[in-house]
Write a protein of this length. Structure first.
Length: 454
């Protein structure tokens, strides 16, 4: 049998685009100086000649496939279980990414400590020593007598350990430090990350072991390595939050076993990450009366969440004026500013505009349009919204207020936290049940909403 041939290709380290020759600018993503030469192997014969003589599985009729519920087991965190779709599925490959220091390793170590009480777990680290893992486990109360820890970066050796231990859960920290000896490139490169991810996928699917992979992000917040890594795994979880902030947010960007709209909230404490089941109360605990402040109910998956929207509108001599926000899409803010200028006759276009959502939450659903409009108008006119008032509704280009989904969930959450005034779309009132001790006002235009809140 002839040996595999080797050839050299240039691969972009940002998007995975390959080329037979070096180029200064990647045609795939437009990045400069990201093409790196790597050695790849190509096999000239079919896989059957390499000893893969197993018979392929026969095709099945779609109607004959069983719809039995997939077994899940808890990760020990209700917030993580919610984001995963109800718990960890055996044989799934989950990618957890986030900024350095946000708490990815701490969260996974806590999960391993909980699961190891009933199942076999193997925690593989390629970045830290075993002593460092022990110190972290003691600090966050995740010390377990049944959790096995391995410090290894060689993918072949990792495969041997997994076959010997036969764990039900494996955590790899991190994918950028693992290398496959058959790939002639540095750890963290496109070829290494892709090859190691495929090998971990094979382990998960063939043995039924749930595998969690920890990954890093680049300076602009995207996953480090090729985008193909997101296509290989079953679930992609983004762990967000400032290093010095109190709260952490876990979002599912991709989930083959559940919804991608769910959101998990954690609080960073001295003893690790703690679930935050009642986030609305915590986010609103420091709310003060003032112009430009409006409370809006948003829905993340099946979870209603009350957030505090803050807007600051200030005159500026500079042209063009600035529009700044790290919580709301700038294009949405510009659209709503145009509606206020054209339909409400507010000369707001020549002012600097700053928008923020307290607690670091990012909102992108149209139901917060009306609250954003009122916050901007409140700051511009220096008028304060009535106390204990929430506002929601979608705003159209004609200044009309449109109905939104989940109005009953938003109202129930507001009533539970003691709000007395609700400004909402008129069309949603017809489907709303009886609400006691709360004043509900239906509006059809932004102008009507502004009259109702001031």
């Amino acid at each position: 049998m002839s040996l595999p041939k080797k050839k050299s290709v240039f691969i972009c380290q940002s998007c995975g685009y390959d080329s037979p020759k070096w180029m200064g600018k990647c045609p795939g993503c437009g990045s400069w100086n990201t093409m790196v030469e790597e050695i790849v192997k190509t096999d000239t014969k079919h896989g059957l000649a390499l000893g893969l003589n197993e018979q392929p599985q026969p095709a099945q009729l779609l109607s004959d496939i069983s719809l039995a519920k997939m077994p899940r087991f808890s990760a020990g965190s209700s917030e993580l279980d919610r984001v995963l779709g109800g718990g960890i599925i055996p044989g799934s490959l989950v990618l957890v990414v986030g900024d350095p220091g946000v708490g990815k390793s701490s969260l996974n170590l806590q999960v391993c400590a909980h699961v190891s009480k009933k199942k076999s777990v193997l925690y593989i680290t390629g970045e830290e020593s075993l002593q460092q893992i022990r110190m972290r486990a003691e600090r966050i109360n995740a010390l377990s007598n049944t959790l096995k820890v391995l410090s290894e970066t060689d993918m072949e050796r990792i495969n041997v350990h997994v076959n010997a231990e036969k764990p039900e859960l494996v955590v790899v920290d991190s994918i950028q430090t693992i290398f496959h000896p058959d790939v002639q490139s540095a750890p963290g490169s496109v070829s290494q990350v892709r090859e190691c991810a495929v090998e971990l996928l094979r382990i998960a699917k063939s043995s039924g072991t749930a595998v969690f992979i920890i990954g890093h992000v680049t300076k602009d917040g995207t996953l480090a390595g090729p985008r193909v890594l997101e296509h290989i795994v079953d679930t992609v979880l983004y762990f967000e939050g400032e290093r010095n902030a109190q709260f952490r947010i876990l979002r599912a960007i991709k989930n083959r076993f559940g919804s991608t709209n769910e959101l998990g909230l954690f609080e960073m404490c001295d003893t690790g990450l703690v679930d935050v089941p009642d986030a609305s109360k915590l986010f609103l605990s420091e709310t003060v009366l003032g112009s430009g402040i409006v409370i809006a109910p948003t829905i993340e998956g099946t979870r209603p969440l009350l957030v505090e929207i803050q807007a600051l509108v200030a005159p500026t001599p500079y042209i063009p004026p600035r529009r700044t926000s790290d919580s709301v899409d700038i294009k949405r803010i510009q659209l709503l500013l145009a509606v206020l200028e054209k339909r409400i006759n507010l000369s707001i276009g020549a002012c600097d505009v700053y928008v923020k959502v307290a607690g670091g939450i990012k909102i992108d659903e149209p139901a917060c349009d009306l609250a954003l409009c009122i916050a901007l108008a409140s700051s511009f006119t220096n008028k304060i919204v009535k106390e204990k008032t929430i506002v929601f509704g979608e705003v159209g280009l004609a200044g009309e207020v449109r109905a939104v989904n989940g109005a009953d969930l938003r109202v129930k959450e507001a009533c539970k936290l003691g709000f007395k005034h609700i400004i909402m779309p008129q069309k949603n009132i017809n489907s709303l049940g009886t609400v006691k001790d709360v004043s509900v006002t239906g509006v059809t235009t932004v102008r009507e909403a502004l009259k109702a809140v001031f």
